[in-house]
Structures are given as C-alpha cells and as structure tokens.
Design a protein around this ligand. Structure first.
Ligand SMILES: *Cc1c(COP(=O)(O)O)cnc(C)c1O
Length: 427
C-alpha cells in the first residue's frame, strides 16, 4: 500500500508507468550494494562524531568572529576536527577559499617556488587546473612564476606508467599532484589503495617529493582517505562531499603542518597565516555539513549506481559500469549525441526543489574549453553535492552526473532524466 502511494507521487511528478517499473526493478537488484554503502556511511559517521568529541566541539564553536578574526575558537576547532578525521597534522578550512580550484591553486602556489617542477603522474588534470598550472596560458599561472610542469599519462588500460614516472622525476621535481576523481574524463577514478601504491613508488624514487591529492568528490566514499596511505596533503571543495550540502562556500586543505602553514600564509599574508580570517556566521553550516557528509555522500553514491544500472540496461556506455567499485560520486554516461546530453540535463533539472521550471542551456563557462550544459536546482548555487549534471558539448558527448542530498531525490532525478530521453524519442 505505502509503495503504491509513492508510485502515485512518481506518476504525478511526470514519470510514466513503464519508467517507474524499470526503476523499481533496478532498485530491487541493488539492495545488497546499498546495504554495503550504508555500512561505510555508518563507519564514517562514527569517525566524524569521534573527531568532534575529541576536539571538544562546544556551543561556543558555533559562534562567529568579525573583523580580523583573531582567536576564532570555532574556526580553529573545526580545522582540528578535519585533521582528526583525515589523520593529518593540520588543516585549513575557510570560507575565504572560494572554491575547489582556488583551494588547489592555493596549495600549489604556496608550496612551489620559482624553478620548481610540478608533476602529474595520472594524466591531464581537471580542466580548471590547466589555467592554474599554465598548460593553457592564463593570467597569474604557475608558469608565469617560472614553475614548470610535466605530465605522465596513464596507460591505455588505466595503469600507472611507472617507467615514465621514474624518468620524469628530476632534481627540480618538488610536488606531485594526483587527481583522485576522473573529473571530466573517461578514465577510471583512483581508489585510495591505488593512490597509496603510487605514492609508495614515488617516495621510493625521491622520498622528499610532496604528494598532493585533488580529493574532490572522493571524501567519505571509502573508509580511508589518501592521507591514510601516505599523501602529504589532500585538497577539496566544501560545496562537494565534505560540506554535506549545507556549507554555502569554502574549501579545505589537510596535511603536513608545513604545507598547511605555507598555504595559510599565502591565503592571508606573510606574517599573519592562520591567525586571521573571520568566520562571520558561517560555522554552524560547516560543522553540521561535515557531520552530515558521510550520509549525504552515501545518498549520492546510491544515485550514481542507480543511474549506471538504468542507463547500462538501455545500452549506453557508463563509467563506472553498473557493477564497478566506486571511489568517487561521479557517474559518466556517454550518449554520443548532443541532444541526448541536453535531454538528460533537462530531466535532472525538472526534478529539482529549486528552479525546476527552468530549461538548462549550454554556455561558455570560465575555465572550460567547450560549452558546458549544467543542470542544477540547488539550494547552494553551483553545489555539486546536490543533484546536478554537467555535460561538455563536445565528443564523445558524455554527461557527468553527481550528487543527491537524499537518495529519494537522486532516484527521482534519474527517473526524470530517463523519462526526458523517452519523451525525446531517444530511448
Ligand atoms: C570540482 C573539481 C575541481 C574544482 O572545483 P571547483 O569548486 O569547481 O572550482 C577540481 N578537481 C576536481 C577533480 C573536481 O571534481
């Protein structure tokens, strides 16, 4: 009876009987996997609570400071909580870090000096990093400061090119950047375990090489994080996993004390470092978001797996595939045609709690080299831990789907995307 009531709601929200039944069938088949995800979320939830208790988070921590922000106990304690969860010496968690790209740029610019070389041993980094590094010429890039860059691509099967990496490490190589998530690429996402193997190899060649991980979209997907397997620094965005959907802005760095200090002195000023940076009234959302993050990440994971199975069954190529293990919350579906990418995004948009009535269109986003269509009806603008989809309008016409603050919303969004393809005569 209760399931029938839900069905009525799906029909009312524009899902056909046929699409609804297909969805129910797939949900049934995924019961065991969803149980495993819930178990990981349970573990990670306990990890966060334990760190909050150990750092003695108090009601006073939820208040904010203004002006310089000296002695901001809430800010300082939150950074200790991040260190506790990620098992690092220190952390920098700030609303003054405007986004993930800024957090990564900050980590690089503060820990590299003119003459140093940056190495990516896992192929091309995330699109916006190309301008940070200067792969595509850009104002203020690392290249402008005389910091060079070298890159070793993954092999065709996605394996590390160990020989190539060995050859590319030289006297000037100072920092290695490893992107955990596939981002807008069709390579597999790296598991924490594989990241650990790569770090061990790199340190065996040059022990003092700093290993930084772009951890975007990876937090809380597994029970361990890259800092548990030798990473010196992890970096991410608070409008993705660790913000739990509640943080309205921000980025974090967690890792070795010296690297965090370098970043703090670059973010604020030499001589000031972590001591300044008022938290204003934002800390409750940072704390509560981090508290919610394991459960929210689990919802996003379920949504991604549901999408993979639904689209795989209809003959589209999906990455990861329906059965594949998960190391981030991104699901790629390759349609091979622009109209399908647009229809998919229209469907996701129409399931949103905010702006469900608008039609997404491709546009030239700063930092990207092709028009991108984005579906997002989010409480926090651009938040991609909320149900969202992005598709660069270029071959192979893949759509990257992520988020879902709750699993029922993720499910509705995917069903709506599928319905949109049905309505457009594509499936
Ligand atoms: C999102 C993302 C970034 C950049 O973050 P923004 O907040 O969009 O600037 C960098 N790397 C990866 C892998 C990402 O997913």
């Amino acid at each position: 009876m209760s399931q029938n009531e839900s069905k009525e709601m799906y029909l009312k929200l524009g899902i056909s009987e046929k699409v609804y039944s297909l969805g129910e069938q797939i949900c049934k088949e995924l019961e065991d996997r969803f149980k495993a995800i819930d178990e990981t979320a349970e573990y990670n939830q306990l990890k966060v609570i334990s760190a909050m208790q150990e750092s003695k988070v108090s009601e006073a921590c939820l208040l904010g400071t203004t002006g310089y922000g000296y002695n901001d106990i809430g800010r300082d304690t939150l950074e200790e909580v991040y260190s506790g969860v990620f098992h690092t010496e220190d952390a920098l968690v700030r609303p003054q870090i405007t986004c993930g790209t800024h957090a990564l740029a900050l980590a690089l610019m503060s820990n590299l000096r003119p003459g140093d070389e940056l190495l990516s041993p896992v192929g091309k980094p995330y699109d916006t990093l190309e301008e940070v590094i200067g792969i595509r010429p850009s104002m203020g890039s690392l290249a402008e400061y005389g910091i060079t860059y070298s890159q070793v691509d993954l092999k065709d099967g996605g394996e590390f090119d160990y020989e190539g990496i060995r050859k590319s490490i030289n006297d000037r190589t100072k920092l290695v950047t490893i992107q955990r998530s596939k981002g807008y690429q069709t390579r597999p996402t790296l598991s924490v375990e594989r990241i650990g193997e790569l770090i061990s190899f790199i340190k065996s060649i040059k022990p003092d090489l700093l290993c930084m991980i772009d951890n975007c979209y990876g937090e809380f997907v597994e029970r361990i994080e890259p800092t548990d397997v030798g990473a010196d620094l992890i970096v991410g965005s608070l409008i993705k996993n660790p913000g739990g959907g509640l943080a309205p802005i921000g980025g974090y760095l967690a890792g070795r004390k010296e690297m965090i200090e370098n970043a703090a002195h670059r973010l604020t000023s030499p001589g000031l470092g972590k001591e300044v940076g008022a938290s204003l009234g934002i800390l409750p959302s940072f704390y509560q978001g981090f508290f919610m993050a394991p459960i929210v990440t689990a919802s996003a994971l379920k949504s991604a797996i549901f999408a993979a199975n639904l689209y795989e069954r209809s003959g589209f190529s999906v990455l990861p595939d329906g059965k594949g293990s998960r190391h981030d919350i991104i699901q790629a579906v390759t349609f091979g045609r622009a109209d399908a990418v647009e229809a998919f995004c229209r469907g996701i948009q129409s399931a949103a709690p905010v702006d469900s009535f608008v039609t997404p269109e491709p546009w030239d986003m700063p930092g990207y080299d092709a028009p991108v269509i984005m579906a997002a009806g989010a409480f926090v603008s651009g938040s991609s831990i909320e149900l969202s989809a992005d598709g660069p309008i270029k071959p192979p016409y893949s759509v990257y789907f992520q988020g879902g603050l709750s699993w029922p919303h993720g499910k509705l969004g995917i069903l709506k995307s599928y319905q949109s393809l049905v309505d457009a005569g594509i499936v």
